[in-house]
Ligand binder design. Structure first.
Ligand SMILES: [Ca+2]
Ligand SMILES: [Ca+2]
Ligand SMILES: [Ca+2]
Length: 318
């Protein structure tokens, strides 16, 4: 009995190590720029007829907009939490400048088609001339190449410290464009001040003390926050990677939502109903043993007939 137990444990440990090595090698491929898609491939922007959308009245030149993409949670560019997946700067005339595939102008109607949640931010410590200078600088960047944030060297790295003995990147990513536009004006909108890993994330801008929220739209904020992008072993996350979600053993499926008046969250595995939770935090313990690909679906419903679905593809073993 004891021998079987130890044998079982060794098999599980062996599998964990195998999965770890596969995932590390996939992750390092991404860092070398081999496997990731350009940002412009991410959103569902194939719609031909775009609805005209006007920028909210309160928005002024130099304000920033951050969004969550309207795509499945398994998508490479999705991040848990609100307003942290893409950003742009407002330059007037219903137009934004964004780093997306390339640094470019984008009409707000097109930009709005991509979002499922959005927030407009004001750099409250900037005066009018700093805001206009930030916009003017962003416009000078139009035509520059896009760079994934995890590819070195980072454009902003050199801006933040011109004495660094590294070559300056000519490419720029979305949040870096917003950060650099204001950094050139003497305002650092990265909340952790360019600390390692030296990236400017959506959350770094959103929660910086130079920033205030001036307008927000939450259309669909329901998401599976666990398990999400990484390797989970007996209910604990042991490794992050942006490409897949792997579960070994039992796990708590946790659903977060900022949608209002939610009364229940239903949990499904491969479209088969499993459980309901009616009080936050919305959690279901997935204990069924399985082996291979599964689709977790969570549907949050409110009391007036709205429902919000979140899905994540996973691999589950044991
Ligand atoms: Ca998000
Ligand atoms: Ca700051
Ligand atoms: Ca940062």
């Amino acid at each position: 009995m004891k021998t079987t137990f130890f044998l079982k444990k060794r098999v599980i440990l062996g599998m964990i190590l195998l999965f770890l090595s596969v995932s590390i090698s996939l992750a390092s491929n991404s860092i070398l720029g081999k496997t990731h898609l350009p940002l412009s491939d991410a959103p569902a922007n194939k719609t031909l007829a775009i609805e005209e959308t006007t920028i909210p009245d309160c928005v002024e030149i130099g304000d920033l907009v951050l969004i969550d993409f309207l795509v499945d949670q398994s998508n490479l560019w999705k991040q848990p939490g609100l307003y942290n997946e893409h950003g742009a700067i407002y330059i007037g005339n219903n137009t934004l400048v964004e780093a997306n595939g390339i640094v470019r102008f984008r009409d707000y109607s097109h930009f709005h088609e991509w979002q499922q949640n959005l927030v407009f931010l004001r750099v409250k410590t900037a005066n009018e001339s700093q805001k206009h200078a930030a916009v003017a600088w962003a416009i000078t960047m139009v035509g520059s190449s896009y760079q994934n944030f995890f590819d070195f060297p980072w454009f902003g790295f050199k801006i933040a410290d011109t004495t660094l003995p590294i070559k300056s990147a000519k490419k720029i990513y979305c949040m870096e464009l917003l950060w650099a536009a204001y950094y050139q004006q003497g305002i650092d909108i990265d909340r952790n001040g360019w600390m390692i890993p030296c990236w400017v994330t959506g959350n770094d801008i959103l929660y910086d003390d130079d920033i205030e929220i001036i307008y927000q739209e939450i259309n669909h904020s329901t998401e599976i926050s666990k398990p999400y992008k990484g390797i989970f072993c007996f209910n604990r996350k042991i490794l992050y990677n942006p490409f897949f979600t792997m579960i070994i053993g039992n796990i708590d499926i946790i659903v977060n939502t900022a949608n209002e008046h939610i009364t229940r969250v239903d949990f499904y595995i491969d479209s088969v109903y499993k459980a309901t939770d009616t009080t936050p935090p919305y959690v279901w313990r997935w204990e069924e043993p399985c082996f291979g690909k599964k689709l977790i679906t969570a549907i949050a419903s409110d009391d007036i007939g709205n429902s919000y679905q979140a899905r994540i593809k996973v691999m589950k073993y044991f």
